[in-house]
Design a protein around this ligand. Structure first.
Ligand code: 4H7
Length: 247
């Protein structure tokens, strides 16, 4: 999977690509992250990437030529690529969208800055994506979010293919509670079932806790979640009994 980033701040990306899961994926060649400066695609002496808005108003607008020249230069080398614009006006990023992007093989991600894009830039994009309903000062953090979420889905990046599948949002449910040593901390004990060594019971407990937690914190997720028949009975029981915490 190749990520080509067009940004005013290429240094933003260098440390991410050296750490953790994404870092190891890059080191082993499973992913590649290339950050290019938009200034490389300017042609004026001052390497200008912004300009005043037509019609007036405050702030500056990202110029069309450097972005489009950058996209075209990158498209002209390497394999076919899909172009992603980071923008608060885009489609909301989600696990299914991460899966779709992971199937593309190569993404060119444009990081917006200033007060936004010259509208004509949108013509050159396949996707406009927002990572959530809040305002950021640039598209670099959204790009990093997408790189992380998409890289995890590239075969071989997480040990076994199972690890990505069992991840919380992949099944549409929140994760079950986890514990590690010690068995007791300030009077708070690890649930007995987790110490029992009974793997079938542990599995059942985890599924139930996953559903309980989702019901309690993100009931909106339950409509789309893939819940097996046996678990559906538990969910119904929990709703009847007056909601989470009662079973
Ligand atoms: C493109 C267009 C993404 C990029 C406008 C980017 C939030 C998100 C940006 C803007 C982003 C997200 C310019 C809008 C500055 C906000 C104060 C960069 N913010 N900006 N304005 N939710 N900002 O994905």
């Amino acid at each position: 999977m190749v990520f080509d980033i067009l940004t005013l701040f290429p240094e933003f990306f260098s440390s991410t690509v050296r750490h953790g899961v994404v870092g190891r994926a890059a080191a082993s060649g499973l992913i590649e992250v290339n950050a290019r400066s938009l200034r490389d695609y300017t042609e004026d002496r001052h390497r200008t990437t912004d300009d005043y808005p037509y019609g007036g108003g405050h702030g500056m607008v990202m110029k069309v030529e450097p972005v489009v020249k950058g996209i075209e230069a990158l498209k002209g080398s390497g394999g076919p690529a899909n172009v992603v614009l980071t923008t608060p006006q885009g489609r909301l990023f989600s696990q299914p969208l991460a899966e779709e992007l992971a199937s593309k093989g190569r993404l060119i991600i444009v990081c917006g800055r200033y007060e936004g894009y010259d509208e004509r830039i949108r013509e050159f994009a396949d996707y406009e994506i927002s990572i959530g309903d809040y305002v950021l000062s640039g598209g670099e953090i959204p790009a990093l979010v997408m790189i992380d979420a998409v890289s995890r889905l590239v075969p071989g990046v997480l040990g076994e293919p199972e690890s990505a599948k069992s991840d919380s949002f992949s099944r549409g449910l929140l994760e079950y509670p986890q514990y590690t040593r010690p068995e007791e901390f300030r009077g708070m004990r690890v649930p007995e079932v987790l110490l029992s060594g009974n793997h079938a019971e542990i599995e059942k407990w985890r599924r139930k806790e996953s559903i309980r937690r989702t019901c309690l914190r993100r009931p909106d997720l339950l409509e789309k979640a893939d819940i097996a028949n046996g678990d559906r009975a538990f969910l119904e029981e929990m709703i009847k009994k007056g909601g989470p915490g009662s079973s």
